[in-house]
Ligand binder design. Structure first.
Ligand code: HPA
Length: 234
């Protein structure tokens, strides 16, 4: 089984039979179709704020369903020119700037205490397939981006974005951690596709404006098509 964990907007775009499934860590809203599990990261109706998402339940559901390969998709804000708004890219590393989120299965409570390496979270073969699927659609994608996860739900200050840029972050979002570290702990092969919907705070003279409406829908649809295509080849 393969899986896609996706964010805002996918429920309207992929017209599937979403249901609530339960796991040891809580409920997950997902649809299962054609060998792919589609998980609504923010639950049905986008009700769960990024800092309140049950990341462990979503990841545990992948383990319960014997998922071997997963793609996570994330809307982000652009910090560097390596990913411009409307652009699509792939994460190669992250900075976890969150707090208070349950970020491990192996914390000595349910499973033995273990410190996992985080230098090989993303899978090369899946990444190659995402690049192939993009190129076949005539899209240039940015193959190597560093994502910083902020806690949200507020957006960042201008000074925070300047600091994050100095730390080496290319894009900012609120959902990569602990999602990818949890999936990595479960030894599931993973690729994270990012799409930018705005310049981060302080980088656009006119303030923060998000790509919305039909252009946003089209971007989400393209990212999903790439993910489904990539998963079909692994
Ligand atoms: N900041 C944090 N998360 C985001 C942004 C942003 O600018 N854009 C999309 N997700």
């Amino acid at each position: 089984m393969k899986a896609i964990i996706a964010g805002t907007g996918i429920e309207e775009i992929i017209n599937k039979d979403f249901r609530t499934y339960s796991t040891e860590y809580g409920d997950v809203d997902a649809a299962i179709d054609g060998g792919i599990i589609y998980i609504l990261r923010h639950k049905s109706g986008h009700t769960m704020a990024p800092h309140l998402i049950n990341y462990r339940a979503n990841a545990k559901f992948l383990e319960d369903m014997e998922v071997t390969h997963a793609i996570t998709t994330h809307a982000v804000g652009s910090i560097t020119e390596r990913l411009l708004p409307t652009g699509i890219g792939i994460a190669s590393d992250f900075i976890d700037f969150t707090n208070g989120r349950a970020s491990s299965f192996y914390d000595g409570v349910d499973r033995p205490l273990e410190s996992f390496a985080m230098n090989d979270v993303f899978d090369d073969e899946l990444r190659f397939q995402v690049i192939r699927a993009s190129v076949e659609r005539g899209l240039r994608i940015s193959p190597q981006l560093t994502y910083i996860t902020t806690n949200g739900p507020r957006l960042e200050s201008k000074a925070e974005i300047r600091a994050f840029r100095n730390w080496g972050a290319d894009v900012v979002g609120m959902t990569m951690n602990p999602e990818v570290n949890l999936i990595h702990e479960l030894k599931i092969k993973l690729c994270s596709i990012l799409f930018s919907i705005n310049w981060a705070a302080g980088l656009d003279e006119e303030g923060i404006s998000f790509i919305e409406g039909e252009s946003r829908k089209k971007l989400v649809r393209t990212v999903l098509d790439i993910a489904i295509d990539a998963l079909s080849e692994v």
